[in-house]
Design a protein around this ligand. Structure first.
Ligand code: ASP
Length: 341
């Protein structure tokens, strides 16, 4: 008998992987991979713009080198977010905002669009790269979310790197914390370090979709506070049938409208529109409209600010924010990197 021949194409298709197996031929249609990242939506100060852009660029480089060589979307989002966590300009991992006790407390999540399963961890004080623990929980834990000491014990048992809590604290954040804790008008002292949460969404050539988010939360939060970021549907959501989303902004507001899942629902039913003007309805893609409608809903129902990134299931990127700035980057169809703040 003659061996099967495998013809491999790379193109963007509606159905992600298609096999045609007629006796002698098997045709595997591969998707063109896609990747988008963000580094928070806030009033990012001018001095931080270059560092935010280059952080996003490095994250794209790490994630894209995996996707472009046929690697998995899970590896790509983990690699991209690990870079962003290690970069002190962002509020995740090293350089996170400090809580009211002057300690870093991190949250992270990664979600698989095929199974709708997530791995999530919150209130971590000793995990160098929270996204790596979130992945271990996704892959090795019977539960979907672990917090605090139990999460750190799971990390240790599964070879995720722990560190001393002080190793996550940067001088800039310590100074901001001291200013905040000296004065009741704390909000004033938050000026100048409004960089944010990080996130990534990727689709690999096999059509697998993963979304992920990692954060140090809000500055001077109460110890034990958990925001939207590690909550499935709030700070992150992925459904291979429709798309994947990572959010940033005021966690307490984002939770109220379950923003990541709401955005995915808008993608599924693009006719649902909140507050759209006639001028906006013309040339925008369904992905653009879903992103924008979700941020409109955030503003309308909670009066808060935030942002989000998404990939629809065909790999089209979109983003929206109602803050002065958002740091983000994506890989354009020609393979070039676009970053902006
Ligand atoms: N959403 C995050 C939180 O509330 C903060 C952020 O996005 O910067 O924990």
């Amino acid at each position: 008998m003659r061996p099967l021949l495998h013809f491999v194409f790379t193109l963007r298709v509606n159905s992600t992987v298609a096999w045609t197996n007629r006796h002698r031929f098997a045709i595997l249609i591969l998707m063109k991979p896609s990747l988008i990242v963000h580094g928070g939506a806030w009033d990012i100060p001018d001095e931080a713009v270059d560092a935010c852009k280059s952080g996003c660029h490095h994250a794209l480089t790490a994630g894209w080198s995996i996707l472009a060589s046929g690697g998995s979307a899970l590896d790509a989002v983990e690699a991209a977010i690990t870079i962003l966590e290690d970069e002190p300009v962002f509020d995740a991992g090293y350089g996170s905002h400090l809580n009211a006790d002057g300690r870093v407390e991190c949250d992270a999540i990664v979600m698989d669009g095929a199974t709708l399963r997530a791995g999530s961890a919150a209130a971590l004080q000793r995990v160098k790269n929270p996204i790596q623990l979130a992945r271990k929980i996704l892959e090795k834990c019977p539960h979907m979310m672990l917090v605090a000491e139990g999460a750190e014990r799971f990390a240790k048992d599964h070879g995720v790197k722990l560190c001393a809590p002080e190793e996550l604290v940067t001088e800039a954040e310590w100074e901001a914390y001291l200013r905040c804790s000296k004065d009741k008008h704390a909000a004033e002292h938050h000026r100048g370090h409004e960089q944010g949460t990080v996130g990534a969404v990727a689709i690999d050539q096999n059509g697998h979709l993963f979304a992920a988010t990692s954060t140090g939360g809000t500055c001077c939060k109460l110890p034990g506070r958990v925001g939207d970021s590690p909550l499935i549907g709030c700070g992150c959501y992925a459904d291979s049938e429709v798309g994947g989303v990572s959010c940033t902004g005021y966690g307490e507001a984002i939770m109220k409208i379950v923003m990541a899942k709401t955005t995915v629902d808008f993608l599924r039913r693009p006719a649902i529109c909140v507050d759209r003007t006639a001028a906006q309805s013309c040339n925008d893609s369904a992905a653009d409209l879903a992103a924008r409608d979700a941020i409109h809903l955030l503003a309308k129902r909670t009066h808060a600010t935030g942002g989000l990134i998404l990939l629809d299931c065909h790999g089209n990127p979109a983003l929206a924010f109602n803050t002065p700035r958002m740091a983000y980057g994506y890989v354009a169809p020609d393979g070039s990197f676009f970053t902006a703040v």
